[in-house]
Design a protein around this ligand. Structure first.
Ligand code: ADP
Ligand code: MG
Length: 700
């Protein structure tokens, strides 16, 4: 392939109706040349041979060597798609979307035809799809319907070194599939040299190494720790831009807010330079990338800049290994990333900023040496690198809430979770606490088995509390309302608040406010948009993100489909919105807080302080409610409750009896505490028994 017969070529051109099609054709040729330049191309034959001879293969190669985009196509070219789909899993949605698009271009087919992708709530595949990129979460969810994954011929588990929670669970599930289906192949790819661990996990699978081709990268450390790394990174980027001749810049930040702040500062600094400098200042193309950025803007990072224009990409750790942009010569590494961490004592997940690991720091630096020798500026000290950073990142499974995973494994008949084949088992405390939380929600019974509610919850691709809220909407007959709220909570905030028009946009938001409930405010926004025939210009006029609302509508449609398959009828409570508040309360009573100051609350169980956010509908409402439940706690400058709703204390006692009671006498309080403790101990004993039984079985 790639070679085009000259006569054919001429004939082909004749048939072309317009210029554009001709240039498309020319582009396709360069794409096939590009494919042949990738390191993986030089070992294509050997690689396919090893795959033919083995059922499980571990493939190791530098980032950018062509694993993600080429492996699936090689498998297709070698005939594996004749009787089944070749799937490739990604820990990140952005990567799944972007790579599928690239591969569809390389194969000259429409995205969603032969090549497609599926992420949660978005399925861009069709009956002809033979190469399917998907998030690891989606594939994990698919095992519910089809535990042997019969429609897949090969699964490429990409970016396995990231050790995402879903990847780790899938590794265990796929190990069983491999044992059950002789015709099934599994390829695990890793960008780092931790491949041996995967090899051992799969009982000595061969490791195939793609020869690397990288250039040396000079590392520069800060002399002293830096106070404000956003500011420091911006300064550094500008210095590089005005002192060096060529080469793009890549800055690593922790998340959307920082990235936006950095991009804003960069463009301001550039404007200043242009207006004050006597010499001509070269252009700088500033490009953000993070997971919530709309797809068309994400694609921009790959586009070639005009000649002589330098690109400066400001990214989360998505650019560490998942996405490769050629031409980067300078990396600025702030040394931090955002991670979801579960705190079992407080029973909550929090997205927090942590120092990265040494492995991650080296991955980041490596991004500068892909096309020629580069430089990496570490905005931390050498001492910090050596003594404060962990050698390797902690796998997600050991640091997050396992709620959904436990539901899923239980539904796959893995009764004893301590028995499941985890590459690195999660801490027992995490398992127990997550189980306890599921038990509190009513998804598990006293024996740790799935209840009817639990069975329904696992069918919904939602966090367990959100799934419960939806199902309580069924029971309390306000499903239509709750469905909209759950959909709105599943997309990024729809409120648009530009820095230079903060007051106008705040006033616009307040018009939607429903007193006492941010949840109902979200519902109100959606309803009004619906009344306006889902118009886009209406959104702009009211400072709402039209893309976010459209996404919420898609999520709603998808959830509606699932509810239909579960034969759950849609009901509505009409104007009696107290019922909706009760449904919310029934799923979020673990996040109940009691008023302590003016806008200050404390979590009823943990005593953790939590504040109303100034953007909340409850904020500045004359009198703030005594009790609220909130969707989640966000730690920024303070602990802020994200999305709060006022509740009655009797509801808490009625819906969360394991936590709350109506005070009558001291004895009843003591009794309550005692039962609660007994119940928790019973669960723990059950787990302990299971573990002992397992140990016994192993001895025999
Ligand atoms: P690996 O998975 O080994 O890190 P990839 O297959 O992702 O490598 O990338 C191979 C090459 O394809 C890289 O040079 C990268 O720049 C290019 N590439 C990947 N995605 C895109 C895209 N969306 N647009 C343009 N080029 C891309
Ligand atoms: Mg890759």
């Amino acid at each position: 392939d790639g070679e085009i017969d000259f006569k054919e070529d001429a004939k082909f051109k004749q048939h072309m109706k317009n210029e554009e099609a001709v240039s498309e054709f020319a582009k396709s040729k360069t794409i096939s040349q590009q494919r042949q330049c990738l390191p993986i191309y030089s070992v294509r034959e050997e690689l396919l041979q090893v795959i033919r001879e083995n059922q499980v293969i571990v493939v190791v190669g530098e980032t950018g060597s062509g694993k993600t985009t080429q492996l699936t196509q090689y498998l297709h070219e070698d005939g594996y798609t004749v009787n089944g789909i070749v799937a490739c899993t990604q820990p990140r949605r952005v990567a799944a979307m972007s790579v599928a698009k690239r591969v569809s271009e390389e194969m000259e087919t429409e995205l969603g035809e032969k090549v497609g992708y599926t992420i949660r709530f978005e399925d861009v595949t069709g009956p002809n799809t033979i190469i399917k990129y998907m998030t690891d979460g989606v594939l994990m969810h698919e095992t519910l319907r089809d535990s042997d994954l019969d429609k897949y011929r090969v699964v490429v588990m990409d970016e396995a070194h990231e050790r995402s929670l879903n990847t780790d669970v899938l590794l265990g599930i796929l190990k069983k599939v491999v044992a059950q289906r002789r015709d099934f192949k599994l390829i695990v790819t890793s960008a780092t040299l931790d491949a041996q661990k995967f090899q051992t996990f799969f009982g000595s699978a061969p490791i195939f190494e793609i020869p690397g081709r990288t250039f040396p990268v000079t590392i520069n450390y800060n002399e002293t720790p830096c106070e404000d790394y956003v500011e420091a990174a911006v300064k550094k980027a500008i210095t590089i831009h005005i002192t060096s001749t060529h080469g793009d810049i890549l800055i690593f930040m922790t998340g959307q807010d920082e990235i936006e702040a950095a991009c804003y500062a960069l463009s301001e600094r550039m404007e200043q330079l242009i207006s004050t400098s006597k010499k001509r200042v070269p252009k700088l193309l500033i490009l953000p990338i993070y997971s919530q950025l709309p797809a068309d803007l994400q694609a921009k990072i790959f586009q070639k800049a005009e000649d002589g224009v330098r690109k400066c990409i400001v990214a989360t750790n998505i650019a560490e290994t998942s996405l490769t942009v050629d031409g980067i010569l300078y990396v600025i590494d702030t040394g931090y990333c955002k991670m979801k961490v579960y705190n079992p004592k407080m029973c909550m997940d929090a997205l927090q900023v942590f120092p990265i690991s040494q492995t991650a720091a080296n991955q980041r630096a490596g991004r500068a040496g892909r096309t020629e020798p580069g430089t990496c500026y570490r905005l931390y000290t050498k001492n910090a690198y050596r003594n404060e950073m962990l050698p390797n990142p902690v796998p997600e499974i050991q640091r997050t809430n396992l709620g959904y995973v436990i539901l899923l494994l239980k539904s796959l008949q893995v009764d004893n979770l301590l028995d499941f084949d985890f590459m690195d088992p999660p801490p027992k405390d995490n398992i127990l606490n997550s189980m306890y939380q599921l038990w509190v929600l009513g998804a598990l019974n006293n024996q740790g088995r799935l209840t009817d509610l639990g069975w329904k919850m696992v069918q919904l691709p939602l966090d367990p509390p959100l799934a419960k809220m939806l199902l309580m909407g069924e029971e309390m007959e306000c499903l239509d309302e709750v469905l909209t709220i759950v959909s709105m909570l599943s997309v990024p905030s729809v409120f648009f608040r530009p820095k230079d028009r903060a007051e106008v946009s705040d006033a616009a938001r307040e018009k939607f406010s429903i007193p006492e409930s941010d949840h109902l405010t979200l519902y109100n926004v959606y309803q009004q948009w619906k009344q306006q025939q889902y118009r886009g210009d209406w959104c702009n006029d009211h400072f709402l993100h039209v893309k976010g609302l459209r996404k919420a509508r898609e999520v709603r449609t998808q959830l509606l489909e699932i509810l239909k398959t579960l034969k759950i009828p849609i009901s509505s409570c009409g104007p009696d919105t107290d019922i909706v508040k009760k449904a919310i309360c029934s799923a979020y009573f673990h996040n109940a807080a009691r008023l302590k100051g003016v806008v200050e609350y404390v979590n009823c169980r943990t005593g953790m302080p939590c504040h109303l956010h100034p953007s909340s509908a409850l904020y500045g409402m004359g009198c703030t409610p005594e009790y609220v439940v909130y969707h989640e706690l966000i730690l920024t400058t303070k602990e802020y409750m994200q999305c709060a709703t006022a509740v009655e204390p009797q509801w808490l006692a009625e819906l969360g009896p394991m936590f709350f009671y109506v005070k009558e006498s001291d004895t009843s309080m003591l009794e309550h505490k005692k039962t609660r403790k007994e119940e928790k101990t019973a669960m723990e004993e059950e787990m302990e028994n299971l573990r002992e039984a397992q140990a016994e079985a192993e001895k025999e």
